[in-house]
Design a protein around this ligand. Sequence first.
Ligand code: FES
Length: 659
Amino acid sequence: MPSGRRGRVPVGSSLLEAARQLGVEIESICGGRLTCGKCRIQVENGQFPKHGILSADAHLSSAAADEQTLLLKIGSPECRLACTAQVQDDLLIFVPEESRAHKQIIRKSATERVIEIDPAVRQVYVVVDEAELGEHRGDWGRLQAALTDQWQLTNLTIDLPVLRRLQSALRQGNWQITVTLWQEQEVIDVQPGYAEGAYGVAVDIGSTTVAGHLCDLRTGAILATESAMNPQVRYGEDLMSRVSYAIQHTDGTEKMHQAILETLNRLIAKIAKEAGVRPQTIYEAVFVGNTTMTHLLLNINPVELGGAPFALANREAMDLKARDLGLRISPSANIHILPAEAGHVGADNVGVLIAEAPYQQDEIILLVDVGTNAEIVLGNREWLYSASSPTGPAFEGAQISYGMRAAPGAIERVRIDPATQIARFRVIGEGRWSDEWLADGAEQPAYRAAGICGSGIIEAVAEMFLAGILLPDGRFNPENQGDRLLWRGRTGAYILAAGDQTGSGDPILVTQEDVRNIQLAKAALYAGAKLLLNRAGISAVDRITLAGAFGSYIDPKYAMILGLIPDCDLAKVVAVGNAAGDGARIALLNRQKRIEAQEVARWIRYIETAVDPEFQNEFVGAIHLPHATDAFPHLTGLLPEKGEKSGGRGRERRRPRLG
Ligand code: FES
C-alpha cells in the first residue's frame, strides 16, 4: 500500500527486493547497508479479508540489533527497514510517502499540478574493493566495478576535479564512499563514508527581478526562496536598452554578465545559508529567462536580438559546468538552461509551457506572461502558437508620471465614485482603504500613498473610464470640469490621491500621457493575442491564464475592461503567479520534463509580430477602451453602453457595481 500492488515472492526475500519485483520503488541510498534509514516501511497487522491474508509483524524476520539502533536513531521505532527485513509469511506493507522513490509533490498555485520527483542528480553509497598488490584496475576502475555490482550502473565517466579527490575519499572512508551521479552517466562528487544531501536551485532571471528556489533534490521540498533586483537595470530598464548598451560599449556584455553572475552568487549563498545547506552540495541549477537574459548569463553579446531576423546564438537547451560559468556551487554541478522558441520567446516562456502544459489540455487556452515584453501562447493539445508583444515597462510602473514598483506605499487598488469622482485606494503595506484611514478618529495608516504600481495604474485607468473621466478613445472628457480634474489647455490630469493622502504631501496624478502609455502597452498585448486568434481561425478562447508576478496582482475584471485581454468568461481567467519559475523548478526536479520542454519548444509555432502588417491593424483598433470594434459580451452591464456620453461631475449616470 498505497500502490495496491500484490504478488508472491520466495520466503526469505528482503522487502526491498519484493517491492522492486512488484514494481514499487522504495528509497535507498546505502543499498541495504543499514546506514541511510531511507527504506523504512510499516507492517499492517490484522486479518484483511479483502486480500484474503493475515498480516503480522511476526511474518517478517525479527529485527537485529543494528536495525533497531538505526530505527531508534531516525526516530521511527515502529517501522522496519525494507532492505533487511525478510518475508516469512503473508504481509500487507504500507510504504510511507517519504520512503517512496519517484514521489509526487503538488505544486501549489491557482492551477495545482503534480510534480513527479525524478531528478538528474542521485546519491548512492558503495563499498569499494581495497587496492591490493598485483591488482591493477586503479581506484576509478574499482569504483566503477562496485557501482556496476551494487547499483547496476555502467558506462560512467568521472569529472576530473572529482577524480583528483577520489583516492583520498576512498581511504578516508575506509573504502566506503557516497557517490553523487548526474543523469546516471557522470560521477560529480565523492564523499568519504555515508553522506546525505543533494540540493538544486531553480532560478528565473527576469529583466527586473531574479527569483530563486533552493530545493532538496530527493524530496522535492523547497527549502528557501529569495529574490533580488536584476542589477542590469542600471544599464537599461528594458531589454532593448540593454541590447543597445551591449552594442554601444565594447565591455557592455561583459559588464552585464558579471553583474548578473554576482547577483546569482549572492542570491544562492543567501538561500543556502538560510536553509543550512553547504553550497558545495548544490549539484544542479536550472535557469530560465528571456533570450536577452540567457545571452547575458552566458556572456554572449545579444546584438543579434536587437534587429531582424532576431537570430539566437543557440535555441537548444544547454548543459554546462557550474565552474565554467563561475557559479559558486559545486564546481562539478550541472547548469541546465531550458530551450528557447525564437529570438523573442525564450526559456522563461518554455518554463511557463511546462508548468501550465496547455499542450495536454482540450480547452483552448490563452496564456499571457505580462512583463516588459509580453509572451503570449494560444492553443491546446492539437496546436499551439506563440508570439511576443513589446508592451514596454508601463505595466511595471515605468513611463508613468507617479509610477513606482510594487513596494510599500504603492497604490495597488483604485475605486472611483462616479458621482463625486473621488477615488478611494489601497496602498501596499496598509490593509485598509484610504477612506477608512481618513475617517475621523481612525488610526494612522502604516504607509501613505507614494506612487502607483502596475496593478494600480490599470485599475485607475479602467475606473476613470467607467466614471466618465476618460472617453473610449482615451482622451480626458473635455466636458468634465470637476475639481478632481486639472486642465492645462486641453490636456487633463486626474487627482488620484490628494496631498493629505500622500507621504510627500503632494498630490498623485494620472496624466493624459500616462493614459496614452497604458493604452499603447495594452494595445500591444491585445494585438498580439488577436493575431494568434486570427492565425488559429478562432474568435474566442475557453480560458485565459495570466502568468508572471504582475498577472497575479491585476484584477481580471479590470484587465478586461481596459481591453488588455480579449473577452472570456471572467470565472475562467486565472492568475498562476510566477509560472516561469515554477517551470524551472519542475525541470530541476524531473528530468523527463526537460525532454518535454525541448519537444514543445520545437513543436510550438512562433509568429513574429514585429514584421506582421496585421499586427499594426490590430494594434490600432486595440488602442480604444476596451476596443474600437471587438465585442466584450462577458462585460455586459459593466461597461458604459455604446454611444452613452460620459458624464461630468454631478451628472446622473448609471454606474455598474464592481466588487
Ligand atoms: S537501504 Fe539504507 S537502510 Fe535500508
